[in-house]
Design a binder for this molecule. Structure first.
Ligand code: ATP
Ligand code: MG
Length: 246
C-alpha cells in the first residue's frame, strides 16, 4: 500500500501467558472501509485498543498519517484523529443524547468547538447524520439498542476523526436497524472518514467493506478482497463453515 493512513507493525499484546495479539502487521488505506473479522477471542478488540491507545502494545508500532503514535495516551490519539466505538456501549445514561455527543466534541480533534454553544451545534450536526436529532433532549437511557449504537457513533464522530474504528456496532440489532446502521457507515465514509469495522455479521461485512483482514488466535491469517477472503478455506475452517453462508 503506497500511503496508508494507519499502519500497525508487529503489534503484539501479552496478558501473562496469553498472547492476545501476535505480531500483527496491518495497513489501512485512506478512504477505505476495511472489515476486521475472526472468531471470538481472536484479538480484534485488543488490536483496536492497541491502535487507539487504550492499551500499550507489548511490542510493535502504530503509525498514523506517517507519524508514530505508539504508546501515546488514548486522549492524544483521539486528538490526532483516531476514534473508537466500544463493543459494550456505556453512555452517560442520565445525560441527554445531545450532551453525550457534546462530550465527544470537547474531547476530540482540534480545532475544538467554541464553548457550550459551539459544542452543542457540532453535536447536533452529528445527531442529524446519525438519525437521532429528534431524540436530542431525551435521556440517553431511553434509547433502543440501535439508538445506543448510533449514539456511540455520533459521539465518536463529534471528535472529528480521520479514522473511525467500529467494534461490533451491528451486534444485537434487528435487520431494519442493521440496514440503517450500514447506511450510516457508508455516509460517514463518503464524508471522508476512513473506517475499520470489527464485525461478526459476515453478510454485512461483504456488503459494505472493500477489503477484509482476518485474525485467528491473535494472528493475521488472510487479507484481501471480501469474496476471496470469505471463501478462503482457512477462513471457512476458522468459522467452522459459517463463512460459506455469508
Ligand atoms: N484485559 C485483559 N486481560 C486478560 N486477558 C484479556 C484481556 N482482554 C482480552 N483478553 C483475552 O485476549 C483474547 C482476545 O480478546 P479480544 O477481546 O481482543 O477478542 P475479540 O476478537 O474481540 O473477541 P470477541 O469477538 O468475542 O469480541 C481473549 O482470550 C481474551 O480473553
Ligand atoms: Mg471483541
Amino acid at each position: 500500500m503506497a500511503d496508508p493512513i494507519l499502519e500497525g507493525r508487529g503489534l503484539t499484546k501479552r496478558f501473562g501467558g496469553l498472547i492476545a495479539v501476535d505480531g500483527v502487521d496491518i495497513a489501512i488505506e485512506r478512504g477505505e472501509i476495511c472489515g476486521l473479522i475472526g472468531p471470538n477471542g481472536a484479538g480484534k478488540s485488543t488490536l483496536f485498543r492497541l491502535i487507539s491507545g487504550v492499551m500499550r502494545p507489548t511490542a510493535g508500532t502504530v503509525t498514523f498519517n506517517g507519524r508514530p503514535i505508539t504508546g501515546r495516551s488514548a486522549h492524544d490519539i483521539c486528538v490526532a484523529g483516531v476514534a473508537v466505538t466500544h463493543q459494550i456501549v456505556r453512555p452517560f445514561r442520565d445525560m441527554s443524547v445531545v450532551e453525550n455527543v457534546m462530550v465527544g466534541a470537547f474531547f476530540g480533534h482540534r480545532p475544538r468547538p467554541r464553548g457550550r454553544g459551539g459544542a452543542r451545534a457540532a453535536a447536533m450536526e452529528e445527531l442529524e447524520v446519525c438519525g437521532l436529532a429528534d431524540r436530542a433532549e431525551s435521556p440517553a437511557r431511553s434509547l433502543t439498542l440501535g439508538g445506543h449504537k448510533r449514539l456511540e457513533i455520533a459521539r465518536a464522530l463529534a471528535t472529528r476523526p480521520k479514522v473511525l474504528l467500529l467494534d461490533e456496532v451491528l451486534a444485537g440489532l434487528n435487520p431494519t436497524e442493521t440496514d440503517r446502521t450500514l447506511d450510516l457507515v457508508r455516509t460517514v465514509r463518503e464524508r471522508g472518514t476512513t473506517i475499520v469495522m470489527v464485525e461478526h455479521n459476515l453478510r454485512a461485512v461483504r456488503g459494505v467493506c472493500s477489503r477484509i483482514v482476518v485474525l485467528v488466535e491473535g494472528r493475521k491469517i488472510v487479507e484481501g478482497d471480501p469474496d476471496a477472503v470469505l471463501t478462503d478455506e482457512r477462513v471457512v475452517s476458522a468459522y467452522l463453515g459459517t463463512a460459506a453462508h455469508a
